[in-house]
Design a protein around this ligand. Structure first.
Ligand code: GLN
Length: 199
């Protein structure tokens, strides 16, 4: 447990930053947008929002965040990526842009826009390992899925055969958007990963 209340950064280059900030604020934690390298210094965890992963990957370079963020992730900074955020955290991307470089913070291969045009967006009730109670209402918007997960990656939920929620040590990633569904249980799980579970 860290000696102070955790501060969570939300990568604020593009995407649904506000929804994550609101969900985190609702849990009583300090949450702030991160756009500059210096803003990475005093955070205890980082959320990568949903949005558009090719743009986000490009802006990581434009804002000179790639190297310092990779360094902090390498040191074990807990991270939670939703949808585009999952893609940005992945080791490699199928159907990405050829110049799209992810952060390789979790040992997964993701396929962008995997559910295809006919189901670009859908909602479903999903049972997620580690989330007690009712299934979660999961909102998928031009979502990826996990095509391959490394040995150390726990699959927490699937749609059909495809992993859509995964965790490896201190990195959590979902193909859906818990931040838009009014259900804060995955954010709570992430906070537990940041601070250690409440005793
Ligand atoms: N399809 C988007 C991408 O590739 C992700 C969509 C989302 O975050 N809702 O980045």
């Amino acid at each position: 447990m860290s000696p102070h209340d955790p501060v969570i950064g939300v990568l604020a280059l593009q995407g649904d930053v506000r929804e994550h900030l609101i969900t985190l604020a609702g849990l009583g934690v300090t949450a702030r947008p991160v756009r500059r390298p210096a803003e990475l210094a005093d955070i205890d965890g980082i959320v990568l929002p949903g949005g558009e992963s090719t743009t986000m990957c490009r802006l990581l370079d434009v804002f000179e965040l790639r190297a310092p963020l990779s360094a902090r992730l390498g040191e074990g900074l807990p991270a939670f990526g939703s949808c585009a955020g999952m893609i940005v955290l992945a080791t490699s991307i199928l159907d990405g842009r050829p110049d799209q470089l992810p952060l390789a913070a979790i040992d997964i291969v993701v396929r962008r826009n995997a559910f295809g045009r006919q189901v670009d967006s859908f909602e479903t009730d999903l049972t997620v390992d580690g989330i007690p109670g009712e299934p979660m209402r999961a909102v998928f918007i031009r979502a990826p899925w996990v095509e391959r997960a490394g040995r150390d990656v726990q699959v927490l939920a699937r749609v059909g055969d495809h992993p859509v929620a995964v965790r490896q040590r201190s990195v959590l990633a979902t193909a859906f958007h818990p931040e838009v569904a009014g259900d804060d249980r995955l954010h709570r799980l992430f906070l537990d990963m940041v601070t250690g579970p409440a005793s």
